[in-house]
Design a protein around this ligand. Sequence first.
Ligand code: ATP
Length: 278
Amino acid sequence: MSRKPRQRAARERRRSRNAYPKERTSTPQPGPLPSPAISLKDVTRTYGHGDAAVHALNGVSIDFGPGTWTAVMGPSGSGKSTLLHCAAGLERVDSGRVLVDGTDITHASDADLTALRRGRIGFVFQSYNLLGSLTAEENVALPLKLARAPWTPADVRRALDEVGLSGRTGHRPRQLSGGQQQRVAIARAIVTRPSVLFADEPTGALDSTSAAGVLDLLRDLADRGQTIVMVTHDPAAAAHADATVFLRDGAFTGRADGADARAIADRLLTLEASPCGA
Ligand SMILES: Nc1ncnc2c1ncn2[C@@H]1O[C@H](COP(=O)(O)OP(=O)(O)OP(=O)(O)O)[C@@H](O)[C@H]1O
């Protein structure tokens, strides 16, 4: 299927299954909603003190439904990365609560947070963060070794196969294109079968063709039930997700389900144009 009809079909699927409608008065849902994969409840995070204090998150409450792909957008400095880091247990919140699969991690010990990040959270960065001296296969095996859970080389091959790189297992990062390196990074992030895959600008360093390939891959993962939370500045990338949530000045300002790139861009422009605190 070519990309446009594929995106249209995906949008229709998303519309019909989105479990967390926040702005629509939708028809009654059959049965109870599944528990969110990630839940932020009235979360605050401030950097610095006194006059220099920056309220990066200012009472944010958002649920990310299991098996949904959500894009997080907002003007520069609106708190997107801070939200991602707090939701992934990379940073602690000042107040409020963070739940992963219903488990409250707000006051988890450092050891428990490390175990959570190794076993239940996957992270993909704009800059891939692969180890240059290791092959694709060795990079993907790393989180399995760190998690100290039982694993086999077949687990690694399966993850590389899922991202379409079964023919590149022995290549080192410098022997791969940017898009292929990001695919290795995604394989590394999903090899532990995490509850949530966080992606911080996963297409930010890629040309448009490679970016489209990575977004199609994320779509496939979401369609197979992977929860994904992705920060992006690109409305076209956000349009691939099931929903987009918008932040401004550290606050949640709204959500769009199944919106196309034009509608997302318009909403972002409105946010950027309105005066601070409005
Ligand atoms: N470690 C830090 N120390 C001090 N201030 C910080 C720190 N991290 C983030 N901030 C501030 O918190 C606010 C939110 O930052 P954050 O990186 O979450 O925003 P963002 O929406 O991801 O921005 P961008 O789109 O530019 O990447 C910004 O004003 C930023 O300067």
